[in-house]
Ligand binder design. Sequence first.
Ligand code: RBF
Length: 165
Amino acid sequence: MATQFKNLSDFSHTTIPSAANFRFGIVTAQWNAEITGVLYKGAYDLLIKQGAAPENITSVLVPGSFELVSGADILLSKHPFDAVICLGCVIQGETPHFDYICNAVANGIANVSIKHNKPVIFGVLTTLNQEQSLDRAGGKHGNKGDEAAATAILMADLGYNLETK
Ligand code: RBF
């Protein structure tokens, strides 16, 4: 697995800019809530740590990862967020249609991003079992939520820098 040798909360290879000027949406799936709750806390806390104002972060819940796509679409239809973070956890052993869900979510998130011309971040764990998810939700491989928030800030900053040039 790609993250086996990488800690998802280690950003020493890159500089994360200030998030102070940006508005973020966070869409979190309630399926596997004990894991997605940790992803959410990681993402929210990192945005705040990088200077985002709490009133500039809008958080919504959706039932499962499949609904992350429409959740992000609804958010971006209502407000001009600088980036939207989608958080979910799909576990293969418990999901017979694992491949369909993962493909639909990945393609759906990419399509919503293109539709709105805004970064929509794939903060979805797709693992073989619960242990692998726990390892990436504040466990030995860090927190995918941290990584998703860092990516959101980097992408929001990219858009901002291009606009102001
Ligand atoms: N949603 C997830 O976010 N993660 C899962 O691991 C997951 N497993 C599912 C397993 C089954 C058998 C079913 C029926 C749904 C599952 N879902 C899961 C929910 C899915 O993303 C979606 O919310 C529902 O299928 C309703 O469209």
